[in-house]
Design a binder for this molecule. Structure first.
Ligand SMILES: [Ca+2]
Ligand SMILES: [Ca+2]
Length: 76
């Protein structure tokens, strides 16, 4: 039974890996290098993101995502 649990955990880790690898690094998304990610910069790498989703992760409602906000939104 213990062996079965370990196998299941391994499969879960492997399944999660591609999703993590697909999330671009903050510095890659911040094309103009101003230290924050605008909606326009974000949709280049995540075209399915809506304005509503962007606003939901823009915690201080500055209109752009700081590194902290971006990493909070993209970590799984
Ligand atoms: Ca930027
Ligand atoms: Ca912000």
């Amino acid at each position: 039974m213990k062996k079965l649990l370990i196998s299941t955990a391994t499969i879960t880790l492997l399944a999660a890996a591609p999703a993590l690898a697909a999330t671009p690094d903050f510095n890659t998304v911040d094309k103009d290098g101003n230290g924050s990610v605008s909606f326009e910069e974000l949709i280049v790498v995540m075209p399915d993101t809506s304005k509503e989703q962007f606003a939901a992760v823009d915690l201080d409602q500055s209109g752009e995502l700081s590194k902290e906000e971006y990493e909070t939104a993209t970590k799984s």
